[in-house]
Design a protein around this ligand. Structure first.
Ligand code: DX5
Ligand code: ZN
Length: 217
């Protein structure tokens, strides 16, 4: 099995201590810093923003991903490219011509990704798969940390795992990633996991111990 890509969800971190959080998560061996950007319209919440992404960029050389939970992301991806994001995820259902946006992200030198919500089928995103470097299945409804893993998403995850070899994308999951979910989905072929309150934040154990335990699953 390949090394898991572990992506701490920074909206769950202590934002009053961002510098320390990023340093501790780096020291613990996290791979990609996951930044949730919400517009209060596509999802009924707001989380991090452009200024936060710029701050995170200054604090680490590790990859930073931006998960755009917003309507019409085409108009805004350049802001996040300029802020230094390495990976940008859009929700295809939020954009009229998502393929154009994904190609634009790639042409700008970043990695392009789609976030596939629980109610979006693989059939709806088939045309986009060849233009994706990352496919992130949302295993909760986007917008909030601390929700329960949506079991029905497993079918889609398993089907995507079978398609990885042909297309070469990284398969990620976001939401409700507990140790049990990570063990099972890693065996199913998932490459990377967004870590929020289910496994990483708000626990008694240090990040280092948790990351070691997750790597051993
Ligand atoms: C939304 C976020 C959340 C969250 C994940 O896109 O990325 O899914 O922080 O963490 P959990 O679900 O474990 O709190
Ligand atoms: Zn996310």
């Amino acid at each position: 099995m390949n090394r898991k890509l572990l992506c701490p969800s920074l909206m769950c971190a202590d934002l009053t201590e961002l510098r320390k959080e990023v340093a501790d998560l780096s020291a613990a061996g996290c791979d990609i810093f996951h930044c949730d950007i919400m517009d209060g319209s596509f999802v009924p919440n707001m989380a991090l923003g452009l200024a936060d992404v710029k701050a995170v960029r200054k604090l680490t050389d590790r990859p930073v991903d931006v998960h755009l939970m917003m309507d019409s992301p085409a108009e805004k991806v350049d802001w996040f490219l300029d802020a230094g994001a390495d990976i940008i995820y859009i929700h295809p259902e939020a954009e009229r011509f998502p393929g154009k946006v994904l190609r634009h992200i790639r042409e700008a030198g970043a990695f392009a990704g789609i976030a596939v919500s629980p109610d979006v089928s693989l059939e709806q995103v088939t045309e986009l798969i060849p233009v994706c470097d990352y496919i992130m299945v949302m295993t909760v409804y986007p917008g909030f940390a601390g929700q329960k893993f949506v079991e029905s998403t497993k079918t889609k995850i398993r089907r995507l795992a079978e398609m990885k070899a042909e297309y070469g994308f990284q398969l990620m999951i976001d939401g409700g990633c507990s140790y049990e979910v990570i063990r099972e989905m890693s065996e199913a072929g998932v490459d990377g996991f967004v870590l929020g309150t289910s496994a990483l934040f708000g626990k008694e154990k240090p990040y280092e111990t948790i990351i070691e335990e997750i790597r051993a699953l």
